[in-house]
Ligand binder design. Structure first.
Ligand code: SAM
Length: 365
């Protein structure tokens, strides 16, 4: 398919079967509950309403898990105070799926003073009225860049293995996106409000390319390995693979705080409460280590995980570029995931996905 027909300037579209395939993300979101509760206690009772904006909320139960701790904490501070929960994501998020959960028994509309709403757009732009937000959260989402970059990247599909000019171009985009993200939150947050961001991170490691080890390095290298077999078999064009990179950046601590130090407006806007990259609270060495002994299940879970977060990027920016029709792109995707699952089944543990959690907590001055 040509770029004219399929070209997309977004990094990702809807997550595929996300609710079933978000075990790692769910663990990460749940592990942030203490930070949320502490922030809500410090924010204290609000005059009109307590408004929680969850950015990059996604379609599934993790969006509910992200807001329940703030509702519970605010109810301790203000038993009858008004609460607004605003879910922020892109237009192609599964909004019906999300609001189906919000209004279900497992949702959070437990009393008449809690309302729910959505803000549809990009978190690189302002998503709420100026000064209207008490707490903004963003979990496992801000590592998606604002757009893909057309660069040459033979041998890798992963930003962290890029070198030279290609790495510099990615780093520039990541830095300017992150600065935009923070400036947008500086506008939305009320004085005394909090921003809590947690996502996949990176940590210095002299044995790694570029001296930095990013989350999930073995998984991204496995994705490239499988895609390369499709080039060898004439199913995928070499040029398409050489130009495909997941539009991601897993920040280190210095990436996370850089714009807050380098820009006077951001330094004036925010107090840094926490900036860290640590091993994930659960299964940091292998997201699915609990299933290592069952190779079928292990491979199935990893395949579902990559489908969940990655299928739309792979479709938009890799397989549609090697296909003439949608059916052909579907067949390529099916082949890719069959081979991926086979690789994980053959050697469970070899391509384990490590999880480093980046946490940034900021207070609006
Ligand atoms: C992996 S899901 C995370 C969902 C949920 N927060 C969680 O922790 O499970 C990433 C979400 O970020 C959203 N996203 C990616 N880029 C975005 C952007 N620029 N603006 C708003 N949402 C974005 C995607 O649409 C997707 O729903």
């Amino acid at each position: 398919m040509t770029d004219e027909k399929t070209g997309s300037d977004t990094a990702t579209e809807h997550m595929v079967n996300y609710d079933r395939n978000s075990y790692m993300q769910s663990n990460l979101v749940k592990s942030r509950a203490d930070w949320i509760e502490r922030a809500v206690r410090d924010i204290g009772p609000q005059k009109t309403e307590f408004r929680h904006l969850d950015l990059g909320c996604g379609p599934g139960h993790t969006a509910i898990e992200a807001v329940k701790p703030s509702i519970a904490a605010y109810r301790q501070t203000s038993p009858n105070g008004h609460i607004a929960v605003c879910h922020g994501d892109q237009p192609h998020n599964d909004w019906n799926g999300l609001f189906g959960l919000v209004f279900s028994g497992s949702g959070y509309l437990q009393d008449k003073n809690i309302r729910t709403e959505a803000s549809i757009g990009s978190f690189y732009d302002v998503m709420a009225a100026s000064g209207s937000i008490s707490l903004a959260t963003c979990f496992v989402a801000s590592h998606w860049l604002s757009r893909p970059l057309l660069i040459s990247s033979p041998g890798t599909v992963w930003y962290a293995d890029l070198e030279g000019d290609a790495r510099a171009a990615y780093e520039d985009l990541a830095r300017s996106d992150w600065t935009r993200f923070l400036r947008s939150r500086a506008i939305e947050l009320a004085p005394g409000g909090y921003l809590i961001v947690s996502t996949l991170g990176s940590t210095p490691d002299l044995e790694e390319i570029n001296g930095i080890r990013g989350s999930a390095r073995h998984l991204y290298r496995a994705i490239h390995k499988v895609a390369a077999t499709m080039v060898t078999d004439g199913l995928l064009s070499e040029e398409a693979l050489d130009r495909f990179i997941f539009p991601l950046w897993f920040p280190s601590v210095s990436d996370a705080v850089g714009p807050l130090i380098q820009n006077e407006d951001l330094e004036a806007a925010f107090e840094v409460i926490e900036a860290s990259v640590t091993d994930a609270a659960i299964n940091p060495q292998d997201a699915y280590q609990d299933w290592l002994a069952d190779r079928e299940k292990y491979a199935e879970l990893y395949t579902g995980y990559v489908r969940g977060f990655g299928e739309s990027s792979l479709r938009l920016h890799l397989f549609e570029k090697s296909a003439k029709t949608v059916d052909e792109a579907d067949a390529l995707i099916a082949t890719f995931f069959e081979r991926f699952e086979k690789l994980y089944r053959a050697e469970p543990g070899r391509y384990a996905s490590e999880t480093l959690t980046m946490t940034l907590v900021l207070r609006r001055r």
